[in-house]
Write a protein that binds this ligand. Structure first.
Ligand code: NDP
Length: 320
């Protein structure tokens, strides 16, 4: 079983940034992540990342992978089955087969998993009109009618992106005022003015309708323009995520009721040598953005270094 100084689980903004810092601390580092870029790789257009006028989440992830690998970090796009603690080491067991790795310090940056609506038709028509990934699937709805569920940044930015393909896009939101960034709202309002887009407020979906092979519409809990149903070809569910902290439960990592891991300002959990960063931490409830996840990833790597060197901080950590 190969031993690393640090294993980082998660290949999103937090995990990849942690990898860059760990490599520059000359730690033998392995990154294991299910998806390159994590949820961020699904962002169609990112315009608030300093240094980039506009970049897709996927393009950023691919560029950062290049940087991580150039620094000598091994990156495995695989799924972790279990994490166990064996004396002073963490053992990471992969789903894919017999591979197991060990490390002296562990950084978990597994991000969040898409929240589901849990309504009839959702599971049945997933992949047949129902999708959780605008970037992956919007182009399949060229000249079609699509509903986006949600009212925050993913829903509105996703709806703007989808409008580049679809004939008509509806946002269906359970409250009265969309709460995305004003920049996204501005773009959405322009689309509404053009007649290509519409928002249905204070409405919940209660069923996704289909003909047995594909999605044909959605059913509401109250009438919209006199009807409880709307004919659509596709439904994107963009209602946020839940922290992907399931792997940490058997280790006894302290979490909030919401599943967010409790970390201190050094990203240290209650388990010595185990650090967390990004959407899995309680910090994500203050601001859940790629850039804050990246900052936490950097802090995690610095803290892991400090832990491994017996509290001797590198220059970059200052006196803390
Ligand atoms: P959020 O948690 O921000 O929003 C989820 C949305 O889905 C809310 O509008 C919520 O409603 C709604 N919702 C949640 N559960 C349900 C349900 N069961 N039924 C109906 N509606 C529901 O998630 P996002 O994925 O939009 O964003 C996650 C993070 O990523 C945020 O911090 C966001 O700012 C960031 N992000 C930033 C982007 C950017 O361009 N800056 C782009 C995309 C994401 P309610 O409003 O009532 O809570």
């Amino acid at each position: 079983m190969e031993l690393y100084d640090v294993i980082i689980i998660g290949a999103g903004p937090a995990g990849l940034t942690a990898a860059i810092y760990a490599a520059r601390y000359h730690l033998k580092t392995l990154v294991i992540g299910k998806v390159l870029g994590g949820e961020f790789s699904l962002a169609p257009k990112v315009e608030n990342l300093p240094g980039f006028l506009s970049v897709s989440g996927l393009a950023w992830s691919e560029k950062t992978k290049e940087q991580v690998e150039k620094l000598g970090v091994k990156l495995e796009l695989k799924e972790v089955k279990t994490i166990t603690k064996e004396s002073e080491k963490f053992v990471v067991d992969l789903m894919s087969g017999q591979e197991k790795y060990a490390c002296k310090a562990l950084i978990v940056a597994t991000g969040s998993e898409r929240r589901r609506l849990d309504i009839p038709g959702e599971k049945e028509y997933q992949g047949r009109g129902v999708s959780y990934c605008v970037v992956c699937d919007a182009a399949f709805f060229r000249d079609k009618t699509v509903a986006i569920i949600g009212g925050s940044d993913s829903a509105v930015s996703g709806a703007v992106h989808t409008a580049g393909f679809a004939k008509k896009v509806y946002i269906i939101y359970r409250k009265e005022n969309l709460r995305a960034e004003p920049a996204w709202l501005g773009e959405w309002q322009e689309l509404e003015k053009s007649g290509k887009a519409g928002t249905i407020y204070s409405t919940n979906l209660i069923e996704i309708l289909g003909d047995g092979s594909k999605t044909t519409g959605v059913k509401f809990d109250k009438a919209y323009q006199g009807k409880n149903e709307l004919i659509v070809d596709g439904v994107f569910i963009e209602i946020g995520g839940v922290p992907g902290t399931g792997l940490l439960v058997p280790l006894g990592v302290k979490m909030e009721e919401t599943g967010h891991v409790l970390v201190d300002e050094k990203m240290q959990t209650n388990i010595p040598g185990l650090f967390c960063s990004g959407d899995v931490t309680q910090n994500a409830k203050i601001m859940q953005q790629a850039i804050t996840a990246m900052a936490q990833g950097a802090i995690s790597a610095g803290s892991a270094y400090k832990f491994l060197k017996g509290e001797k901080a590198p220059q970059i950590l200052g006196t803390g």
